[in-house]
Design a protein around this ligand. Structure first.
Ligand SMILES: [Zn+2]
Length: 234
């Protein structure tokens, strides 16, 4: 083949793979960051009512530093925020005779009963990072009848606005970390993968409620095709 024909072929192929009117799709293959539930009630730093082991100042500082670095690299950063009414179904105090961490059946769902936490408007419901870092903060667990480990939807299937805000930013790929590995990080990562995002969870920026459930969660996430990285550098 002579040169003009090869050139013409190349131009045609380009035109086929990048049709006019679609360049924005190609330009928007962006990576977003989701910081899950980094709130006072989940940390030992703030004497939280549901403090996850290992969530001292060093941990929170490490998450803050990593999040700032990612934002400075240009990644849009999002946060989820557990945000319950006082009469929320997940609080053991709303089930007479029940103890914290007991699991009960509600309709067909298993509900773990937690100490009251992240009550709307309280100090320990606040996110511990500078709110200026976030492109959006998505609240979850607002319906008293349903728990919501996932940032995408609650146990009743009601969607939050998370998927919508990610799509608006053209996000295709997600870096996820926060609290807790075995509950809200896992549920958010799994729902993200199910929604078609390419997901990486940063293990060292997460902490889990219990070692067994954390190991199980990491295994389940890997089986879902989610990449687990030890830290941001690895
Ligand atoms: Zn909660």
């Amino acid at each position: 083949m002579n040169r003009p024909i090869i050139l013409m072929l190349a131009v045609t192929l380009c035109a086929i793979s990048m049709p006019a009117g679609a360049p924005s799709v190609w330009a928007q293959q962006e990576i977003g960051v989701i910081v899950v539930d980094l709130q006072g009630d989940f940390t030992t730093l703030n004497n939280g009512s549901l403090a996850v082991e290992g969530t001292d100042k060093a941990y929170v500082d490490k998450v803050a530093k990593a999040t700032e670095a990612l934002k400075n690299k240009g990644y849009p950063v999002f946060a989820t925020q557990d945000w319950h009414p006082e009469d929320h179904i997940s609080f053991y105090t709303n089930h007479p005779g029940k103890k914290p961490f007991e699991a009960i059946k509600i309709d067909e769902r298993t509900q773990v009963l937690w100490p009251p936490h992240c009550i709307q408007g309280t100090d320990n419901a606040k996110i511990l990072l500078d709110n200026g870092l976030f492109a959006a903060v998505v609240k979850k667990g607002r319906d008293k009848n349903f728990d919501s480990y996932s940032g995408f939807k609650d146990d009743g299937g009601a969607k939050t606005e998370l998927d919508k805000v990610l799509k608006e930013k053209g996000i295709r790929e997600l870096i996820i970390y926060g609290l807790a590995t075995d509950y809200c990080v896992k549920a958010t990562a799994v729902d993200a993968a199910d929604a078609g995002y390419k997901v990486t969870v940063i293990e060292d920026l997460c902490r889990g409620v219990a070692p067994e459930t954390t190991a199980k969660a990491l295994k389940e996430m890997k089986e879902k095709g989610i990449t687990i990285k030890k830290d941001l550098e690895s």
